[in-house]
Write a protein that binds this ligand. Sequence first.
Ligand code: ZN
Ligand code: ZN
Ligand code: FE
Length: 763
Amino acid sequence: MAKTRRVRARVEGTVQGVGFRPYVFRLAGELGLAGWVLNDSRGVLLEVEGAPEAVDGFLARLPAEAPPLAAIESVAVSEVGPTGEPGFAIVASPQAGEPLALVSPDIATCEDCLAELRDPADRRHRYPFVNCTNCGPRFSIVAGVPYDRPLTTMAGFAMCPACQAEYDDPTDRRFHAQPNACPVCGPRARLTGVDAGESDALAAAAGALRAGRIVAVKGIGGYHLACGAGDEAAVAALRARKHREDKPFALMAPSLQAAHDLFVLGREEEALLTARERPIVLAPRREDAPVAAAVAPGSPDLGVMLPYSPLHHVLLADFGAALVMTSANVSDEPIAYGDDDARERLGDIADHFLVHDRPIQTRTDDSVVRVSSVAGERRAQLLRRSRGYVPAVLGLPVEAPRHVLACGAELKSTFCVAKGARAWVSHHIGDLKNHETLESFAEGIGHFERLFAVEPAVVAHDLHPDYLSTRHAQGLEGVALVGVQHHHAHLAACLAEHGETGRALGAIFDGTGYGPDGTVWGGELLLGDLTGFERLGMLEPVRMPGGDAAVREPWRMACAWLVAASADPDADPPLPATLVGTVDPDRWRQVAGLARSGVASPVATSAGRLFDAVAALCGVRTAVNYEGQAAIELEAACAPGERGAYELPVIDEGGPVVLDARALVRAVSAALAAGEDAAVVAARFHHGLADATAAACIALAGRHDVGTVVLSGGTFQNRRLLERTSAGLAGAGLRVLVPERLPANDGGIAYGQAAVAAARGAF
Ligand code: ZN
Ligand code: ZN
Ligand code: FE
């Protein structure tokens, strides 16, 4: 008899609920191996026995040919004695131990399921909840672990015999597919406000959309508000009904071809659009894009995604053109995901509701990604990391000796739990000052702690004493607190996602962050690693007249910068011609008084507020409805071909260097006063700041012998600033790192805090 070999393999990572056991079953069968496979608390455990070459082949192919949704982190193999037992079996899971197997993100409908969806002969033809082990909802329906149907929002649906047979058959694509369903036994869609006789809710919804109606559509992670993207009246009505809403609407295109008609797509954008995460992709719009003017007023870009649930596929195919698919909320509220809540909040906005009876466990917004040219390379950067990406594990370059919770910042809030070298960053939670959002923050932390068996001993938080995330951390008992400076967290997040543990220079530009000196920081040049930092430079500090009021009213920052830039510190600057008619002269004088005296006007080195000031001076915007709006619109207003730059001196007298933007502001106002086109002025302002930032970094890198520069903070989501600065740095031979897998904005703070807490190690 030939020699036999038996091995045991322990597979860890995202290996449950992704068709891994049937895959092992098939692979073993193909190679004529005996043995068994099971799911347990750590992942998948298996033994195979047979001819040594067959066992070798099995071990080589096991990771290489794993199912698409599996993310194998490790395979540990040990030799065990052959038992001679014939056959291969999928055996039951032992019910013990802490749950460590990882829950997969929600994944777009796979090709096999799409084929069934479109096949009139298939029992799931046009069934809006078709899914299999390779696709479908996961994170958004999971209520607990282990990932099994009773702990998902599918618990209330009993499978029919046909679905149960698929579920039980190891050779079937739906073996242990927890959300498995069909028209007989599964969730159903329904359109409100139509005749009861209407049987096909999706066809009826498409009809309503064609008739110019606004439809609230329940999707995977929440509700969208939908209307025809080319329907001027419908889009204008939607914008009016959503109130105070200036943000561009995202679109859903029926196909990649249709997306090409909307905006200019490179290879990278195409890959992102069709990726299984199905994010919203931002790219330059085509001039002749068939969309209503009110979709993205003033924006050179459009945000487009492709259908990612079977419901979307059918709806978009029936409608036959792009739809507006914007998050269903009113102004700053979080996206609606509960059915009663949606009915209440969206009742005045939507004409119809396309709903279904599969509950959503966790609100998960669409993710947003954009490709930028960074130092000559096209790099995809997530601007919002949520559906499709969460809760995929992110590595930490330094192992955390104890379990960590990082509470993040406040505005674009996320949190992060970590243990060992693994970190899980939450879905986008939003502004914690909103009561409902704060509740979902606390609930979400508990959910993640259970999902990933994290019991935090260390809790990292921002230094800002008034952030509600800081207060949450301080309210926890029996944990060690680690305060992490805001801009250091931005720097650390970027270093950690790139696996860096060494020192780097960071140009960290954002709106506001709490400085250890009690002032507002936000235009920082830092030298640091994961454990600490030194402040090597900053933007010229100015007053924020009226504090938070200066964030809401950019003209106040224009006033403060003109006061700072004035040759005569005791005189009020005259009201610029571009603001005459929009800013009351008496208020201008009052605000100038605040800026000069410093009363109720904190000192800030904020890059975001500098953008606000210039946006106001250029006549782009004097008041904003959301953070960063003025800067976004200033970037959009730039003359595309303009390459010139205003001078921004870097003051270097041995101490921290100062980017003296007063000269920049003087140049901006002089150019505008001389009648220069605001589009040209806006572009030269961007370039002036970029060139000075690059020059300061190049000088500091030489002085401190570092070769790597990180560009992060929300202000570096400005593509013009990012591309020009990174080109300058790369031109001097410096290596440029930018956030890619996490947002440059405060959505990345929690992960940075976790990396710092891990690196400080001993606590
Ligand atoms: Zn599928
Ligand atoms: Zn069924
Ligand atoms: Fe920030």
